[in-house]
Design a protein. Structure first.
Length: 156
């Protein structure tokens, strides 16, 4: 083992010396002239990238505030379906049926049901009806009983 110049208490290495040593170590292991990756050009014409994005300074106050998400949990789930077919789904398939907003997607419906009713959701199927409504069939996991959940929600 070779003794280092920096091992004595007389001189302790500063941050610059350590950085310089690390830089030299990196140059030895990797090399000084490393080859960078080149971007593959897919078109004949070169278009310079738009790198400058100015900060927002709107003239009208309406556009100053970022828009909030208008589809919250209470907007997504409109009401449960209480028809005979829906009751049969609850009893046989452990599936709850809701009328939901037309713009809601499956992950949003799943999150809304979990947030509002504090239950886990196994799967969500959606159906766009001709009456311009969207139904969501929410399948519950096997450890949940759909009759108990429907009773607690107030469907039954």
């Amino acid at each position: 083992m070779m003794l280092s110049v920096f091992s004595s208490n007389y001189f302790s290495p500063g941050k610059q010396v350590v950085a310089q040593a690390l830089k030299a170590q990196r140059a030895i292991t990797i090399g000084v002239h490393t080859k960078g990756k080149r971007k593959v050009m897919k078109t004949v014409r070169f278009k310079r990238p738009k790198t400058f994005k100015p900060p927002r300074c709107p003239k009208d106050r309406r556009f100053e505030i970022p828009k909030r998400n208008k589809l919250d949990a209470f907007r997504i789930i409109q009401h449960p379906v209480t028809t005979e077919a829906a009751m049969k789904k609850i009893e046989d398939n452990d599936t709850l049926v809701f009328v939901v907003d037309r713009r809601a997607n499956k992950p949003a419906i799943k999150a809304a049901v979990q947030e509002m009713y504090h239950i886990k959701v196994a799967k969500v199927n959606t159906l766009n009806c001709p009456k311009n409504i969207k139904k969501a069939y929410v399948k519950l996991p096997p450890d949940y009983d759909a009759l108990d959940v429907a009773n607690r929600i107030g469907i039954i």
